[in-house]
Design a binder for this molecule. Structure first.
Ligand code: IDP
Ligand code: MG
Length: 138
């Protein structure tokens, strides 16, 4: 059993893709153990994306992620981290396979519908940034 952190980004919420994203995760057998709708502060967004600090797209990324509400989630299941990465598809929607969330619904790398942790370590860190223990079930 593994936990991961994933989040519908502001473009996904605006396009009404929240239900579709959750449906794909649940269909894969992943279990929701935390979910909420929030508008991230600039500080929280910076904590979440701290590994990208200094990169050319960092400011744009933070501005975008705080531009509207997001739906952060914690999912549990076998190989949850890699399962979610597979379901999301490649970072750049132009390279994302059909049948993946980004392949089906995103057009631009800067607005690619979903975030997903890239390792168990990242997942645990990101869960702690966004959720408190009493917001998680089980
Ligand atoms: P990931 O979301 O697939 O893990 P990362 O490399 O961790 O991809 O980048 C985090 C986010 O930053 C991406 O989802 C994407 O929205 C944005 N991003 C990454 N590279 C670029 C870029 O070259 N230009 C604009 N935005 C980018
Ligand atoms: Mg990443």
């Amino acid at each position: 059993m593994e936990r991961t952190f994933t989040m519908v980004k502001p473009d996904g919420v605006r396009k009404g893709l929240t239900g579709e994203v959750i449906r794909r995760y649940e269909k894969a057998g992943l279990k929701l153990i935390g979910l909420k709708m929030v508008r991230l502060s600039e500080e929280k967004a910076g904590e979440l994306y701290f590994i990208h600090k200094g990169k050319p797209f960092y400011n744009e990324l933070v501005e975008f992620i705080i531009s509207g509400p997001v739906i952060p989630m914690v999912l549990e299941g076998d190989n949850a981290v890699s399962q979610v990465r597979d379901i999301m598809g490649a970072t750049d929607p132009k390279e994302a396979a059909p049948g993946t969330i980004r392949g089906d619904f995103a057009e631009e790398i800067s607005e690619n519908v979903v975030h997903g942790a890239d390792s168990v370590e990242s997942a645990n860190r990101e869960i702690q940034v966004i959720f408190s223990q009493d917001e998680l079930v089980g």
